[in-house]
Structures are given as structure tokens and as C-alpha cells.
Design a protein around this ligand. Structure first.
Ligand code: MTE
Length: 323
């Protein structure tokens, strides 16, 4: 049975409930009860007959700041970065539906005792899903608060038994130019497929999530369907979307953004207000939704506010050097 829990490290879900979120949640529950989830949440529903509403009751969380209300679903799914579909924020919502996500499988290879493939069905039925509300901070200095549904990446990696030599994890996104207009563009600067990487201890950290849904729904294509990484203490570009390959290595993997501009985008890319991007400050962020008249500017926190949980991963490291 899939356990569906709410896990809210540091940040509380919300004091303000965007109506759409609540409605979506209610629809999810209704659909689960009626057994009509095939089109939206095929496996989640069949596995969760006892699905209970996850409440976003105002006042439920003591001391949560008003600015940490959930970002409305509409903003999280229409203001995206997914360069495979173009570089405008609206491109992923407009074009990512062209990506075929069924069938889907993820290859796990490299320094593991049991290399193999996971089909999406195995992913959805084989791991305990949880809902986690995380801050999400893009290197471009905007941020959101998103309720993800997923499971710890560690659970997946452990299944393949990393060997004692494994020190890093390298990820790749699907590369299917026919369906991804951004990869065919003459102005495209990325050497596809999109690649990212983590140190093994970062990958195994309990906060590191493989997400398969958000706001109680399966991941929309523009957010990285059918499964993506979410590393809440790092800049958003580390949270690679639509993953097809996971390789355990003993060498630090090359990542797309580092290859493109290493002086701007480091391998670690931990959120840090003290380390400016060479072209802009990282001291503040625009919490979406934000506008010219209501910029919703909030101070950026070290490790995006998750320092208590993750700072020990970097003990003794010069965070300005290893940005
Ligand atoms: N993954 C792939 N494959 N391609 C991308 O262009 N963009 C990254 C990251 N993952 C990106 C990606 C960046 S820059 C950010 S900020 C986040 O996805 C955005 O996630 P969101 O659109 O769900 O907010």
C-alpha cells in the first residue's frame, strides 16, 4: 500500500489556501473513491483507496509566514524553465504536451551491483509516496512554494545497490528532438541531453525527492513528467526534469549548466545569499506570484532555509569556492 503522508520540513504548507489547490485535492479524492483516476493518476489512485484529504487549514501551522503560502497551481504550471521546449517561461506550458511520456523507463547503471531499468509503473507502485511542501528557488532569483508528491531518491538508489566506489550520481533528461522544439532551435546553447549531478551523500539525503506529482496531481509535462528530481536546498536547475538515466560514478559528472558557463553555475549550486551570481545579487528572491506593483520580494536564506538539515554535508568546505 502506498503511504501518503504530509512531510513539511521547516516550511509549513500554508496559511492561505488557493481555492484551486483545494478543489484539485477534492477532485483527486473524489476520483479515487469513484475509481475514475485512470486518466489523471493511474496508479496512485488504485494504490490509495484510503486516501484522506491533506488539509491546508488556515492556522494549522504555528508561526508560518504569510509569504510562505503555497504558490498557486496556475503559476507553478505556467511559469517554467524547460529549455527543451524553448527559453520563454511560457514555452513549456505551450509545447511540452508534445512529449510522449507513456511508455517511460529509467535506466540505472554504473557503479551499482544490480543495474537495470525501472518502468514508470514500477516507480509508481513500488515506492511509498509522500507529499512534501518545499521552497523552490531558481538561480534567476524567483521562487515558489510547491506541494510535491514523490519519494526519497535514496529509496530508488538503494534498490540498485550502489557499490563502495560510487561517489556521484549523474542524471539525464529524455532527448527526443522531434518532440522537443527547443532542442532543434538554432539559438539553443545546451549540449543535449540536459544533464545534472549530485554527490552521492546529497543524493541519499532524505530531503532529496523524486517527484511524480504536484498539488495532488500527476506531474504536468511542463514540470518534468513523469518523474523529476527536487533538491530543495539547491538552485532549481539542479532539479532535472523528465529523467531517463541515472548513473552512479566515481567521478564528478559534467552538468549542462556548468559546461555552458562554469563561472556562473557551479556543480554544487547550493542556495546562498552570500554568493552572488556574477551578473546579479542572490540576496533576495521574487516569490511567485509577483508583479511590478507587488514584487513580493523576500530575503533568500542559506540553503534555501534547509541549513539545519543539510549544512553538515558541507562542513569545512568554502562555499564561495564550491558554489
Ligand atoms: N530540466 C530540464 N531537463 N531542462 C531544463 O531546462 N530547467 C531547470 C530545472 N530542470 C530545466 C530542468 C531550471 S533552470 C529550473 S528553475 C527548474 O527546472 C524549473 O522547474 P519548474 O518549471 O517546475 O518550476
Amino acid at each position: 500500500m502506498i503511504r501518503r503522508t504530509r512531510h513539511v520540513p521547516q516550511i509549513a504548507s500554508s496559511e492561505i489556501t488557493p481555492e484551486t489547490v483545494w478543489l484539485n485535492r477534492r477532485n483527486l479524492i473524489k476520483a479515487a473513491a469513484a475509481g475514475t483516476m485512470a486518466t489523471t493518476l493511474p496508479t496512485l489512485a488504485s494504490q490509495t483507496p484510503d486516501l484522506k484529504p491533506l488539509s491546508y487549514v488556515p492556522g494549522e501551522c504555528d508561526g508560518c509566514a504569510a509569504e510562505e503560502a503555497l504558490t498557486p497551481l496556475e503559476d507553478a504550471t505556467s511559469y517554467n524553465n524547460f529549455y527543451e521546449f524553448g527559453t520563454d517561461k511560457s514555452d513549456p506550458a505551450e509545447y511540452a504536451h508534445n512529449m510522449t511520456i507513456d511508455p517511460w523507463s529509467v535506466e540505472v547503471s554504473g557503479l551499482v551491483n544490480k543495474p537495470g531499468k525501472l518502468n514508470l509503473e514500477d516507480v509508481l507502485s513500488g515506492f511509498d509516496l509522500e507529499e512534501r511542501v518545499y521552497r523552490f528557488r531558481c538561480v534567476e532569483a524567483w521562487s515558489m512554494v510547491v506541494p510535491w508528491i514523490g519519494f526519497p531518491l535514496a529509496d530508488l538508489l538503494q534498490r540498485f545497490e550502489p557499490t563502495a566506489d560510487a561517489r556521484y550520481v549523474a542524471f539525464k533528461t529524455l532527448y527526443r528532438p522531434k518532440e522537443m522544439r527547443g532542442t532543434r532551435s538554432f539559438t539553443s546553447v545546451i549540449d543535449w541531453p540536459y544533464r545534472e549531478g549530485l554527490r552521492l551523500d546529497e543524493a541519499m539525503h532524505p530531503l532529496t525527492l523524486m517527484a511524480v506529482g504536484l498539488y495532488g496531481k500527476t506531474l504536468p509535462n511542463q514540470n518534468g513528467a513523469p518523474l523529476r528530481l527536487v533538491v530543495p536546498w539547491k538552485y532549481g536547475f539542479k532539479s532535472i526534469k523528465s529523467i531517463v538515466s541515472i548513473e552512479l560514478t566515481d567521478q564528478q559528472p559534467k552538468t549542462s549548466w556548468q559546461e555552458l558557463a562554469a563561472q556562473e553555475y557551479g556543480f554544487f549550486s547550493n542556495v546562498n545569499p552570500e554568493v552572488d551570481h556574477p551578473r546579479w545579487s542572490q540576496r533576495y528572491e521574487r516569490r511567485l506570484p509577483s508583479s511590478l506593483f507587488k514584487p513580493n520580494r523576500v530575503p533568500t536564506q542559506l540553503f534555501n532555509g534547509y541549513a539545519d538539515q543539510v549544512a553538515s554535508l558541507y562542513t569545512g568546505m568554502d562555499l564561495k569556492k564550491y558554489y
